[in-house]
Ligand binder design. Structure first.
Ligand code: ZN
Length: 295
């Protein structure tokens, strides 16, 4: 029994005894109650849990599946007849669980580092194409698992650059910050002699040589995209970055805000990061059924 007294001032150790059960109607479960022998405080297994006092617990898993199945938060609230704010709060909690699972995964990978890494950026926008965003993504080539995704703001480019500066002013380029966050989170789980593949983006070699001195960095020319694959899969026969491009296509298909030509655009950058965090855990564990050593 690894329960402790929830009373902050109470410092009792092993002073907890079982104190019956109660039946939780919401998900039809028997919940163990405890009593502190020191201060007499009564509490239950649910008191310290993330979903303490949550209503409609049965819908939590469904919300996770819907978020990762190209459904907007507003549509989820319509489907489940639930307030939009309640859905958002549940998504906050789902992110906490997803981040914990991902942290454990990265920790387990430190023991058996990854030998083949692929990384690239996926472009999207917040509110308008004049305010683009970049999602830096890293995947393992052998197991296909996503190792990390970081969103960063970038200035508009091409024919929209001038128009964007005129309408929204100067927009800072935070792409390098995003890449730093990505590499900081995963460099420990990559083998120092790994083979790292990416496209010919000009900032990539700097990061690869900074974090992996002895790794081999292979860069490939991008190609024209084919009709299927949401602009991510390439028309050429053999694509050396297929695993990464396929993951990008999965992201575009699975998260509503990343799909192309959509009405449902990103309004807040932190919410996109949140959905990505949930999707990473969903993709690795629910879709690929990846199992790692929990020793
Ligand atoms: Zn106590």
């Amino acid at each position: 029994m690894n329960q402790n007294c929830p009373e902050l001032e109470c410092k009792s150790e092993n002073g907890i005894i079982k104190d019956g059960f109660y039946f939780r109607k919401d998900d039809s479960k028997k919940i163990q109650r405890y009593k502190c022998k020191n201060c007499g405080k009564r509490f239950s297994r649910s008191t310290s849990s993330l979903f303490y006092r949550a209503k409609r617990r049965r819908d939590t898993n469904l919300i996770k599946h819907l978020v990762c199945s190209s459904t907007s938060i507003r549509r989820i609230s319509k489907i489940l007849k639930m307030n939009r704010n309640s859905v958002t709060k549940r998504v906050d909690k789902l992110e906490k669980i997803a981040l914990l699972q991902h942290k454990n995964l990265l920790k387990s990978l430190e023991e058996e580092p990854i030998s083949h890494l692929q990384f690239d950026d996926l472009l999207t926008y917040e509110h308008t194409k004049m305010k683009p965003l970049s999602v830096s993504l890293a995947v393992c080539q052998n197991t296909r698992i996503i190792l990390g995704a970081e969103v960063s703001r970038i200035p508009a480019f091409g024919h929209l650059a001038k128009k964007s500066r005129k309408k929204y002013g100067y927009r800072k380029n935070e792409h390098e910050k995003g890449l730093t966050r990505l590499f900081e989170s995963l460099y420990k789980c990559i083998d120092q002699n790994a083979i790292i593949k990416s496209d010919k983006h000009k900032t990539y070699p700097k990061y690869v040589s900074k974090y992996f001195q002895s790794a081999e960095h292979l860069t490939y020319e991008g190609g024209r995209s084919c009709v299927a694959g949401l602009g991510e899969l390439k028309r050429k026969g053999y694509d050396p970055l297929f695993i990464l491009n396929h993951t990008c296509a999965m992201l575009r298909d699975s998260l509503k805000v990343l799909s192309r030509k959509t009405w449902c655009s990103v309004k807040r950058v932190d919410r996109l990061q949140q959905q990505l965090n949930i999707f990473i855990s969903y993709y690795n564990f629910d879709y690929l059924h990846y199992k790692f050593n929990t020793s």
